[in-house]
Design a protein around this ligand. Structure first.
Ligand SMILES: Cc1cc2nc3c(=O)[nH]c(=O)nc-3n(C[C@H](O)[C@H](O)[C@H](O)COP(=O)(O)O)c2cc1C
Length: 479
């Protein structure tokens, strides 16, 4: 995994770039040959405030959890993965979704096992953002089967987030696996928050049995793989049999393009992290407190419901050279990472504001910012390190999400690379939503020269940059 990350690093002197094969641009929707999508029932859209949701990781449920029904589920699916805008001036635009996705390629799909959900037949479904609707892939009580793949108690709802690698490979070649994992994190954060907004307790599981998940969902294993799962909704009265019998054979879908590309490095890397049997959830260590640090500033309140932030969230890159007020910075920083995490955040704070410009290591547990370098004239260098995307260097704060991959993998196994990258993607989506609610702009940055970014961010020896997320005041927003 560390090898994969190194092999797919961008270097200024060797970044060739390849032309895009427009004739084989992959379809961003999965269309089944033998299934018509069932229209979504009219959605119940929870109005829970973002302030209540972003405080906790995972977001905290209501004390009395509702029993999920089809309308609530429709609302959560639309919020997590629906189309929220169309690109102006692009005829037949496939739409922009509620989750940020590298290159707007949307490699991820959502599947869900529903059991005893009022208004919905029991079974395995695929959510399509296109119509939007549900494909019923396998009718029956499947909660117990799904739970065995995850190694968890059966629940009324089990979600699987998969990735069709080709959609991202088409543009990013071998580096695509990074984007697939980051994108999964973005979608997963939306799903966790939307279900929690509906009052449900969510449990995310990344350590499921890979091959069993693929067979269960009917995936063409080389091209599509499960990257995350989540359960919620409480235990059903009847979770179904131990063995549900043979899965249906007619789950083929239209090819994404005439030619489907594969990448041996990506596949090898993905498979090396596979698990044969599910493993219990991991408890990442809490970080030790630094000797010299400042408390992260008191946070501003997030205005409005999650729903508004999700509907209006967009990537905004037109940053103003204006520092971030400390309460806005405090709110965004706290929303980013949980107390226990496989990754860390280095905060690159622009000069001239209430928080002295410089580089800070964030410690979520005691909520501290540890100054690492007082130099604040990194903007130009950061823009250069991000493949010349100068606007990154203008942002009020750039988060460099990073990990020491050697140590992480040596201590926690190959699967931990997925954990690290998905966590970085989740942090990215949460930063986007926080920025949206605070009247700020935000944009994820996956395109960077790795070593230059490590240096500009002053990462400790052995630290690897995983993802950069820039946020701050932008032209045309209210604050
Ligand atoms: C993992 C990831 C990496 C991204 N990298 C870049 C980048 O390097 N440069 C950029 O301008 N936008 C980047 N973006 C933003 C996407 O281009 C954007 O999310 C996509 O076009 C959809 O638009 P929206 O975010 O407004 O919905 C990235 C997004 C993600 C999730």
């Amino acid at each position: 995994m560390k090898e994969y990350h190194s092999l797919t690093a961008y270097f200024r002197e060797s970044l060739g770039g390849h032309g895009l094969d427009w004739a084989n641009q992959p379809l961003p929707f999965k269309r089944y040959l033998h299934r018509e999508p069932i229209p979504l029932p009219s959605p119940t859209l929870p109005k829970t405030s973002l302030e209540d949701l972003l405080k906790d990781h995972p977001p905290r449920p209501e004390p009395d959890q509702p029993k999920p029904d089809a309308n609530l589920l429709a609302g959560c699916l639309l919020m997590a993965g629906g189309i929220t805008a169309h690109t102006p001036g692009v005829p037949n635009s496939p739409g922009l979704r509620s989750w940020a996705s590298a290159g707007a390629l949307y490699p991820c799909e959502i599947y869900m096992v529903a059991t005893e959900v009022q208004g919905l037949k029991d079974g395995l479904y695929h959510f399509t953002a296109e119509t939007p609707g549900l494909h019923l892939l396998w009718e029956g009580k499947l909660a117990r089967t799904a739970s065995k793949i995850l190694g968890q108690r059966p629940q009324r709802l089990t979600f699987f987030i998969t990735t069709l690698f080709w959609r991202s490979l088409w543009k990013y070649s071998s580096r695509a696996y990074r984007y697939c994992l980051l994108d999964t994190g973005h979608l997963l954060a939306n799903l966790e928050l939307s279900l929690a907004a509906a009052g449900l307790e969510v449990k995310t599981c990344l350590d499921f049995a890979d091959v069993s998940a693929g067979v269960f969902l009917g995936l063409a294993t080389e091209d599509e793989a499960t990257l995350a799962t989540l359960t919620t909704g409480g235990e059903p009265d009847d979770p179904g049999p131990e063995d549900p019998g043979l899965p249906p054979f007619d789950r083929q879908y239209s090819p994404l393009s005439a030619k489907i590309g594969r990448d041996s490095l990506l596949l090898k890397t993905h498979k090396s992290g596979n698990l044969e049997t599910p493993e219990p959830g991991r408890l990442w260590p809490e970080q030790t407190s630094p000797e010299q640090a400042m408390t992260c500033p008191e946070p501003a309140r997030f205005e409005g419901p999650l729903l508004e932030a999700i509907k209006k969230r967009r990537s905004r890159r037109n940053f103003l050279a204006r520092p971030l007020e400390q309460d806005l910075a405090g709110a965004i920083i706290r929303a980013s990472l949980p107390r226990r995490s496989p990754i860390r955040a280095m905060l690159l704070v622009s000069p001239g504001g209430e928080i002295p410009g410089g580089k800070y290591l964030y410690h979520p547990k005691p909520n501290l910012m540890e100054p690492r370098e007082a130099t604040a004239d990194f903007g130009r260098l950061l823009g250069r390190a991000c493949l010349g995307q100068a606007w990154v260097g203008q942002a009020g704060i750039a988060f460099v999400l990073w990990g020491n991959l050697n140590t992480l993998i040596n201590e926690n196994g190959l699967r931990s690379y997925r954990h690290a990258m998905i966590e970085a993607g989740k942090a990215g989506q949460r930063i986007y939503l926080a920025a949206q609610a605070l009247g700020l702009g935000c944009c994820g940055v996956g395109a960077f020269y790795d070593q230059e970014t490590n240096q500009v961010a002053a990462l400790p020896q052995g630290g690897d940059s995983l993802y950069v997320v820039a946020t701050g005041h932008v032209k045309g927003r209210k604050k």
